[in-house]
Design a protein. Structure first.
Length: 95
């Protein structure tokens, strides 16, 4: 998870940590713990509530919550499974 981008969106939308705690129906300290774990503790339900409250686009959601996961699996594929070959004509992936 990209905590910096999430914090930037909170500032952009003028949503405080207390507001976010209310949205998630948890205590402020729980929100701080979730941020300190780099978002590992955010559930799918949390992501859904945050996305709706901040009016995030699909691109925002992917960049904030899933960028590290996608990068990890892409690296894994390249390193351990013989690589990812992109077909420039169809813009699809495959061997």
């Amino acid at each position: 998870m990209n905590t910096r981008k999430l914090k930037a969106k909170l500032v952009e939308k003028d949503v405080s940590i207390a507001d976010l705690a209310t949205i998630l129906n948890v205590d402020k300290s729980t929100v701080y713990r979730k941020f300190n774990k780099s978002g590992e503790a955010f559930t799918v339900s949390d992501v859904d509530k945050i996305a709706k409250a901040l009016c995030l686009t699909y691109n925002d959601i992917n960049e904030i919550f899933f960028a590290n996961i996608v990068a990890y699996y892409a690296t894994y594929e390249r390193r351990y499974k013989g690589g990812i070959n992109e077909n420039p004509i169809t813009n699809t992936y495959g061997k």
